[in-house]
Design a protein around this ligand. Sequence first.
Ligand code: SF4
Length: 481
Amino acid sequence: MKIIEQKGMYKEFPRCGKPHARTTHYCPGCGHGIVNKLVAECCAEMGLQDRTIFVDPVGCGVFTYYYWDAAHISAAHGRASAAATGAARARPDAVTIAYQGDGDLGAIGFNNAFQAASRGEKFGCIFINNSLYGMTGGQMAPTTLEGEKTTTTPFGRDPALTGHPLHVCEVFNQLQAPVYIARVSVADTKRIMQAREAIRRVFEIQRDHKGYALLEILAPCPTNFGMSPQKAAEFCMNEMEKEFPLGVVRDTEKGVAGVEPVKHPESQALAVKSVPRFPTCMELFATPDGTEAPPVEDDPAVPERRFKFAGYGGQGILSLGICVAEAARLEKRHTLWFPSYGPEQRGGSASCSVVVSGMPIGSPTVEHPDVLVCMNQPSYERFAKDVKPGGVIIVDATVPLAVEPPQGVKLYRVPAIKMAEDFGVPKAANTMMLAALRAFKATGLKDDSLETALCASFKKKPQLIEKNRELLRRAEEELKS
Ligand code: SF4
């Protein structure tokens, strides 16, 4: 196969110890991938690679240092603009570009970015707005649209509770120093070409040491929008652009070809759109159909049980944890579910902690689980040693046991991945693990609750409910035999 080299990018992206890798970590249809290509092309075509310092963020864009062939600084979360300030001042001959997302720049790092813009630091900031926190699982960001559903606004963002979307370009436009402020999109081909011109303009301004430039880029995040790449791109164009109009907000020298300047009257951009009204507690904890959530009942006789589920993203580890937490909720137990994952939404490490108790729970973190479910080798090596004496480890049979389980811990090797493949549903390895939890009585929860919770987890894909119910029962029978 002929490998086409991408201008401005390394020939290989050897992430996670994978040699000769040519694929990025971005999900299919992600706007970051398009922007990464455009940035690399502009940098290379303008002959600036040897002069460019990229300041990389924390967020889905974290791995740009694996892709762009130039100098890099990896900044702490939200601090890319602060690090870029240092780089630009220390190396005034360089072209310094900070790359930040809307959680990184719009939330935790907002003041850093805003003050750097206010001082007119000589760097360019490329700011990706996909309306939520991508890497950490789709939580609300300052840029989340009104009514948009995220994992922390499951009923849609309500301005009375969480404020209005933050218009970063318009806020920065209140400052005197910036040379260039613009908003573009990468949702379709025409917009991508406009984005390319705008990125080029950011590089030009830095090449010529003109001053601070901010380029906001609306980008689809199909994974957290829960949409196909095409629908996610349409969401960008049809919904995000209503809130965040495209155009050059300021260019002290010239415009950008193909991008029509739009008027941003302060009163329109910053107007309060509704009078805050705080919801009652009953409204807050109501289920989407308006009924109250089932009450939790304190029961000191039910001991606290702590679970850790770990594997790769895409193996259904987080859903497995949700099933156990949901089963506990159905039994009116106190329960918490707490996810944790690396920068990749798919294929990277993923784990979650679940705590179930008859009494209120102090902390959602699980350092010493009673039950550990592992779907891959790194998780087994990382967590097995921490399982409590008397606890249980259920590990996929493909995982080599390089580490001895602690004394007094029961270990079950379950061919979950193979069973799922043999049943013709490779994605159902997590359902096999749920069957193992039932077969080995590892959860302290009723079989019925676990099955109901499994079915509930497919409520958006009802056609899969019966199949998974059948798989659960078949797998359990095999494991018991
Ligand atoms: S989670 Fe969203 S922003 Fe992050 S890589 Fe996937 S699609 Fe892109």
